[in-house]
Design a binder for this molecule. Sequence first.
Ligand SMILES: CC(=O)N[C@H]1[C@@H](OP(=O)(O)OP(=O)(O)OC[C@H]2O[C@@H](n3ccc(=O)[nH]c3=O)[C@H](O)[C@@H]2O)O[C@H](CO)[C@@H](O)[C@@H]1O
Ligand SMILES: C=C(OP(=O)(O)O)C(=O)O
Length: 420
Amino acid sequence: MDQLCIQGGKRLHGTVTISGAKNSAVALIPAAILGEERITIENLPTIRDVVIYKQILEQLNARVMHEKDTLIVEPFNLACQPIRDGLVTELRASYYLMGAMLGRFKESCVGLPGGCDLGPRPIDQHLKGFQALGASIEQKSGSIYLRANELMGAKIYLDVVSVGATINIMLAAVKAKGQTIIENAAKEPEIVDVATILTSMGADIKGAGTDIIKINGVSYLGGCKHSIIPDRIEAGTYMIAAAATRGEVLLDNVIPKHMEPITAKLREIGVEVEESDDQMLVRGSANYRAIDIKTLPYPGFPTDLQQPITSLLTQVQGCSLVTDNIYNSRFRHIDELKRMGANVKVEGRAALIEGSTPLQGAQVNATDLRAGAALIVAGLSAKGITRINGVQYIDRGYERIEEKLQKLGAEIWREQIPEQ
Ligand SMILES: CC(=O)N[C@H]1[C@@H](OP(=O)(O)OP(=O)(O)OC[C@H]2O[C@@H](n3ccc(=O)[nH]c3=O)[C@H](O)[C@@H]2O)O[C@H](CO)[C@@H](O)[C@@H]1O
Ligand SMILES: C=C(OP(=O)(O)O)C(=O)O
């Protein structure tokens, strides 16, 4: 087991190149199995979730070639077989195999997904969508069995705005007969990315990025070449880290429009942000103001940056209130921040952060991916050495994180946890 160690107090400066988006990658890879020709996916992040997905596709007999940031998928001899446990329980996005296998074979048997433990994460809206398209659903021994004689387009109103359900229904519906309409759809840029690859493969999808998506089923999907959008959550994490260390960092390979919910909040705190085509310059300062944040579906402030920005708010004068409207218990990082000296009270969905408190390096535990990011931000701003356990979660979503931070001047390294 590894841990990340940070000698805090270094101002971040320089340029960081943002990788392809995790939450796109883990949907584009299963989307590729809907095609009957070669799919090339570029700007692929080398993260654990992607490596696991590649292994799942290999288990299903797809030919997969991965070199640097390019993945080639040849799904010609794909096997229609159950994928019950093991790899599927290691990531959340394994639920996309349900929609993709159903779309391709009209049946699937997939184990319930894993992913970060953020409290209950039901998939009832995914299943409601599959059922509306004509699939029967059976849950047995931790797996979901879906079967349809024919998939037929349907009108599906999502009770909650769900990224996963929106994409999963798109995957199942692209080859269904007739028209599918998803109402109250999620609008995240990753959804547009999935619609873009499917359209390049021959699908007929309109409205991705709005709350009504219309899909006219087609009988054949071919191949294509597609480049993944930049990871707005990775980019946001580096923006927050730059601000927390009062540094000056240029982000390369970003889409500033996707960053607006984060940029707006950082500017409100007092961080300077300049934008150009595909770059953003973040400049920290000594004078920050406390702010309130509410997480919401896109284009609201993303829940995935709630944890990292909480660490920054411990370094801001005054009292900030952070409310997570997406997950009601995404606060497991707070106890770890308190070990480092933070003064935070959690009540229900809200965290009240009393700043500014000097942080001290400590031994802390990353309980999930963005808790890990939050502890990295805290460690970079703290006095002394912070040691972070749970690096396997951080590796799910951040490519070469210590290398990228070292390039920005951080003193961060990975070491083996000594055996007890
Ligand atoms: C792989 C991936 O893309 N993960 C992202 C995706 O997760 P994921 O797709 O799992 O999150 P959703 O958008 O589906 O969840 C949003 C909210 O809806 C609820 N819900 C969801 C589905 C459902 O069938 N029933 C239901 O009640 C969830 O419990 C949650 O409260 O979006 C989340 C919200 O932006 C992000 O934190 C995750 O990083
Ligand atoms: C919650 C996250 O991921 P997942 O949905 O894959 O667990 C995340 O990326 O912050």
